[in-house]
Design a protein around this ligand. Structure first.
Ligand SMILES: [Zn+2]
Length: 111
């Protein structure tokens, strides 16, 4: 059970506190498969046919940059105020989490 939106990294509790359905958010607004199919479509498309935003995202994607994703932002929480410092701290904790996951996946498995 995931308690954080995979796209914007905002916690389920914050949606609940603002009387917004977290499941609606993750199934509509930030539905991960929309992002996945967008990327797949981009990779399959002829690079010469990219429009401005597509070239921008394709470039970011090939550099493994994720700052084009709406990190800590969603139109559903319009009055949300998060300082740059809070956003940075959350970004760091997300990176730390990824490192832990990576470390776990690299551990030799006992047979
Ligand atoms: Zn989200």
């Amino acid at each position: 059970m995931n308690n954080v939106c995979f796209i914007c990294n905002i916690s389920k509790s914050e949606f609940t506190e603002n009387s917004i359905s977290f499941s609606k958010h993750t199934k509509n607004t930030h539905y991960i498969w929309n992002y996945v199919s967008f990327i797949v479509g981009l990779l399959e498309k002829d690079h010469n046919e990219y429009n401005g935003i597509e070239s921008y995202i394709a470039q970011k994607y090939s550099n493994k940059e994720t700052d084009w994703l709406p990190f800590q932002v969603t139109g559903m929480l319009k009055n949300r105020t998060i300082t740059e410092e809070e956003a940075r701290d959350l970004k760091i904790s997300r990176i730390e989490q990824k490192i832990d996951e990576l470390r776990l996946s690299l551990q030799p498995k006992d047979n």
